[in-house]
Design a protein around this ligand. Structure first.
Ligand SMILES: [Zn+2]
Length: 228
């Protein structure tokens, strides 16, 4: 049994959901048939929200999955709900003030959102064994210490594409790093029209948000980005 990729002390047993259960439920409903999609596995019918295909195979221990990262999961659930249920609906160019969504401990809660996506991308990197620079240890350190990962950028946005829950494949590139390792990754997390572009990169793009920024972000136009 492999060790948990986050704490590296306990045995990894449980699989993290590739997409939050709450997000799957919100878009697809809790009762009807569920369909999973990604580049290789398009439109696979699933029997339940706990289906193994919905879970990452990256080894994670129960402590990390259900205790250490629980507040990160809750923070994303809260933000996801707030953005999806906003009326009038989100549109490109909207400015979202995080203190309207998290009136208390705004910076801490937004850091938790950031760390949720550090875990989400980290699981994919571990599962697919993608060599990256700076190394995957920087992901586990951020989660263990509750500190931002300096190379993880989030862009919250909307897409014309709706009715799907899932994620894009990981796009990878090498810019300044040694050959054979990637210093750039990009993956889109999709919940209906709400898309989150998660990038591992040394460079900030317009519309990117990072915990060191102010607690506000702009809604980006991410239409077409899932094809990356
Ligand atoms: Zn662990």
């Amino acid at each position: 049994m492999a060790l948990c990729w986050i704490c590296k002390t306990e045995e990894g047993t449980t699989g993290e959901h590739l997409t939050k259960r709450s997000d799957i439920k919100a878009v697809l409903g809790g009762t009807g048939p569920l369909h999973l999609h990604n580049r290789q596995r398009r439109n696979i019918k699933l029997q339940s929200l706990n289906a193994r295909k919905l879970k990452s195979t990256a080894p994670m221990c129960n402590t990390c999955n259900s205790w250490r990262t629980q507040l990160h999961d809750y923070a994303w659930e809260t933000l996801s709900d707030a953005l999806r249920l906003r009326r009038p609906g989100l549109k490109h160019g909207d400015i979202v003030r995080a203190d309207r969504i998290f009136p208390y401990d705004t910076a801490k809660q937004m850091l938790n959102v950031h760390l949720f996506f550090v875990k989400w991308l980290g699981c994919q990197i571990v599962e697919s064994n993608i060599p990256i620079n700076p190394p995957i240890d920087t992901f586990s350190k951020a989660i263990m210490n509750g500190t931002p990962h300096q190379n993880i950028w989030l862009a919250f946005g909307v897409s014309g594409r709706d009715g799907w829950v899932g994620s894009s494949d990981v796009g990878a590139a090498t810019f300044a790093s040694t050959p054979g390792t990637y210093d750039y990754l990009c993956r889109i997390y999709e919940v209906g029209r709400l898309h989150v572009r998660v990038r591992f990169s040394g460079v900030k793009l317009k519309d990117d948000w990072h915990p060191r920024d102010r607690n506000r972000f702009i809604i980006a136009d991410l239409t077409g980005e899932h094809k990356n």
